[in-house]
Design a protein around this ligand. Structure first.
Ligand SMILES: Cc1cc2nc3c(=O)[nH]c(=O)nc-3n(C[C@H](O)[C@H](O)[C@H](O)COP(=O)(O)OP(=O)(O)OC[C@H]3O[C@@H](n4cnc5c(N)ncnc54)[C@H](O)[C@@H]3O)c2cc1C
Length: 279
């Protein structure tokens, strides 16, 4: 919505990245009236099994045969050409608004964005970057581990790991605009200035850290589980690997909100994810 804070954040990114010489393409999903539901209409021509329509299977084959609907193909082309994708949105129910979730369901289709052989750090988009940039209604303390909403790192895990990293993207730390509607004008202006400053170095930032595929037995017999020798090594570590791979231990702090720093790489107890590279 043009007058919203989200539109202002989008415009700052647009201006700043253009100033740096990047070509910036915007998909304004509400303005496009983008279809959110994943349905049979997404396939041009016949489907393989109309009695039991399975969206994933059908779109995999339709994609290979060039029979996905035009709106999906147009967005997939943008993804293919992009070096960085910024998802700009208001947090709805701890997640994306429905139209953006619909974009993810429909555009990041099997075969185009992932396969069982190509996922996570072996994923199709491993040479691309992606990040979340979002506004909240909640104040930051509400999303602390001891706040009423619980740890924001837990909220972000399915979005950043389950979607972005699953497709291979290097995930940059999220840009969180805390509660702009309840902030005074000067604070809102400062948030946008902070975003502008960050954008100047955004493409040089280190991505977030996740458990690497090589730590797992990537076979159905092995159940895609951590390899025993890795598990043994990790048993001695004080923290879990990541927010999701917590292994029943305390979560590595800020795992979903902050990139690994050089200090982490050297090792100071916060580097649980970095340490697994040595296993
Ligand atoms: C269905 C639903 C579910 C939700 N679920 C959650 C949830 O799970 N967790 C949560 O925390 N919140 C939740 N919310 C709240 C929601 O995240 C916030 O309402 C939203 O993030 C606010 O962003 P906005 O862009 O709409 O802000 P706006 O209300 O558009 O903007 C905030 C203020 O910024 C001002 N502004 C606009 N442009 C500029 C500019 N250039 N410079 C300075 N100021 C400017 C506006 O005038 C306004 O005063 C939910 C809301 C809905 C409707």
């Amino acid at each position: 919505i043009p007058a919203s804070f989200n539109a202002a954040a989008r415009d700052v990114a647009l201006q700043e990245l253009k100033l740096q010489g990047y070509e910036v393409v915007v998909s304004d999903l509400y303005a496009m009236n983008f279809k959110a539901s994943a349905t049979r209409d997404d396939i041009i021509g016949d489907v393989r099994n109309s009695e039991h329509f399975q969206y994933g299977e059908e779109t995999l084959h339709a994609g290979m045969e060039g029979r996905l609907s035009e709106d999906i193909v147009a967005e997939q082309r943008k993804v293919t050409e992009a070096e960085l994708i910024i998802f700009q949105f208001p947090l709805y129910w701890f997640s994306f608004p429905a139209v953006m979730k619909g974009w993810i369901d429909r555009v990041l289709s099997q075969g185009f964005a992932f396969s069982l052989e190509k996922m996570y750090d072996n994923g199709i988009f491993k040479d691309k970057k992606a990040m979340l940039s979002f506004t909240t209604g909640a104040a930051p303390t509400m999303f602390q581990p001891d706040g009423i909403n619980g740890d924001i790192n837990v909220t972000l895990w399915p979005l950043q790991n389950g979607i972005l990293h699953f497709c291979g993207f290097q995930v940059l730390a999220p840009q969180i605009f805390w509660s702009p509607a309840h902030s005074p004008p000067a604070a809102r202006a400062a948030m946008l200035e902070g975003w502008r400053t960050r954008l100047k170095g955004l493409l040089a930032e280190n991505p977030l850290t996740f458990a690497r595929c090589e730590l797992f037995d990537l076979s159905f017999q092995g159940g895609f589980l951590l390899r025993p020798e890795v598990k043994e090594e990790l048993a001695t570590q004080p923290l879990g690997i990541s927010t999701g791979h917590h292994l029943g231990k305390p979560l590595p702090p800020d795992n979903q909100t902050r990139a690994a720093t050089a200090e982490d790489e050297r090792g100071n107890g916060k580097k649980a994810c970095g340490s697994i590279h040595t296993v």
